[in-house]
Design a protein around this ligand. Structure first.
Ligand SMILES: NC(=O)c1ccc[n+]([C@@H]2O[C@H](COP(=O)([O-])OP(=O)(O)OC[C@H]3O[C@@H](n4cnc5c(N)ncnc54)[C@H](OP(=O)(O)O)[C@@H]3O)[C@@H](O)[C@H]2O)c1
Length: 300
């Protein structure tokens, strides 16, 4: 299959491209800086440009059957007004430009697989959140809604899949790369009371699930991408300490997290028990449904 990827230079994008190549797909990546693709650039076609700026790259989109958009500026930064603006703009503008580039009519049906996040549901207590549930009302929930609305503009000319992705666990990046230094030093601990839910997914399962969504033409609309067994922060903390053979009896007090992270602290202190309803209904098999083997696979 011919696949066009925006946001392919990132943590998820590079792992996905590797898996697509293993499965003999042909990949075109749109990148601001092709050096960031490293050795992958020898095996794929690269188009230089920014997905945030309309340009000649848009002419490339029409010749691909699947378009995957993973663009989005990092949310793990202090949420100043400028940072919040970029968090929203990078997602909405990239999606808008990609949707605009999809032709109204094409020889073969086009699929748009666009990133979104578990943040769509906002912060929930113990109730599981499925694809039919309503959005939250905080900043990230509003970003996800604007992002998804933009992707939905492609309906009528493409099959649209909205990937509500949980916290991705993998080697050399993502949430674990941020957490590991403290845990390795033996000063890692649960965040606040630790009972908040942590909707995680192993990077390998995420890449396989994206390919599953590419192949299963009957699936469209929102899809929750997280393991079927979400864990609470306190359990995740314990398992991470166990795998690293480090103590985790300390807890990071709520006020310290609020002081250090400002508004972003809510993401760490309040979680969501997102459930992969659509993936399970359609028969997707997770290689890592449980978090301890997933952590062991990544760190071990
Ligand atoms: N990782 C997770 O746990 C997670 C969870 C839920 C949802 N997601 C979503 O999944 C997508 C990919 O995540 P990731 O972890 O792979 O992120 P990442 O490693 O930060 O990669 C982000 C990608 O977006 C591009 N990008 C960022 N800011 C940009 C800008 N201002 N203009 C143009 N391109 C820009 C980057 O290009 P450059 O290399 O040129 O900077 C990179 O290709 C994001 O939309 C993210 O919100 C991720």
């Amino acid at each position: 299959m011919q696949i066009f990827i925006a946001g392919g230079t990132g943590f998820i994008g590079k792992a996905l491209i590797r898996k697509l190549l293993q499965e003999n797909h042909s990949v075109t990546a749109l990148a601001r800086n092709s050096d960031k693709l490293g050795d992958l650039s020898q095996h794929i076609r690269t188009v230089v440009g920014s997905p945030l700026i309309a340009g000649s790259w848009q002419q490339e989109v029409a010749s691909h059957e699947t378009i995957i958009n993973l663009t989005g500026s990092n949310i793990f930064t202090r949420w100043t007004p400028a940072a919040k603006k970029m968090i929203l703009h990078s997602r909405v503008a990239s999606t808008q430009n990609i949707v605009q580039a999809i032709p109204a009519q094409s020889d073969s049906p086009i699929t748009l697989i666009n990133a979104s996040a578990s943040g769509y549901y906002g912060f929930c207590r113990d109730e599981g959140k499925y694809e039919t549930d309503l959005p939250g009302s905080d900043f990230l929930a509003s970003v996800c809604q604007a992002w998804e609305n933009e992707a939905n503009q492609a309906q009528g000319k493409a099959r649209v899949v909205l990937m509500r992705t949980g916290i991705v666990l993998g080697k050399n990046g993502g949430a674990l790369a941020t957490m590991l230094p403290a845990f390795r030093l033996g000063v890692g601990g649960k965040l606040g009371h630790g009972r908040q839910w942590f909707p995680w997914i192993h990077l390998n399962d995420l890449s396989s699930a994206i390919i599953f969504l590419m192949d299963h033409k009957e699936i469209h609309g929102p899809v929750n991408l997280s393991a079927p067994q979400p864990v609470r922060n306190e359990d995740f903390t314990r398992y991470l300490g166990k795998t690293l053979h480090r103590p985790t009896f300390m807890s990071v007090p709520k006020f310290a997290i609020r002081l250090a992270l400002g508004e972003l602290s809510s993401v760490a202190l309040e979680g969501c028990k997102m459930m992969p309803g659509v993936l399970l209904e359609n028969g997707f098999t997770f290689r890592f449904p449980e978090v301890l083997p997933a952590i062991e696979d990544i760190i071990g």
